[in-house]
Design a protein around this ligand. Sequence first.
Ligand code: ZN
Length: 171
Amino acid sequence: MFGWLFKKAKPSKSLPTVQFDSSQVTDEIEEKLLADLKAIPEIKAADFDRIYDAAHTAISRGRDAAHLSNALLTIDGVTKKRAGAIAIHILNRSTVRMNCNRQQSLGITHGKWRFSNAPCADAEMTALHKSLDGRKFKLDEGVVVKGRRIWPGSEEGCRCTHSSIIPGLKE
Ligand SMILES: [Zn+2]
């Protein structure tokens, strides 16, 4: 009777289910998520709790950008493009932190900056991040640029990643 329903609910081939361990969303990740959301000018006090909940859910589901983007779209004046950009930015920052935490729990202390060869947010960021390609950094400290700590992928529009430096393994 409900055969058509099951057919419809079949997961699409292009979107594999992401296995995500939500215990990665620690108190530290939550605190930093709060701070990240407070830094977004479009999110006013009246919307804050709702957006925080949506962001937390999006992260706990393993990067559900659409969920967070839809919540952001309900804020007056936020366009679809901007909602998407904020969602990706917020999720990227949490992902970078969780990746670093996971690597540290495996005894990995350092990473190496990898420029993706695609431009980051603008010409200035791209030039800077290109110059950081190959730079070794402590996972818990990041790289200090102009007095600010940054990590590959932590800034809005950054496409950089990092590779972990495995202790004892010759590079
Ligand atoms: Zn970058």
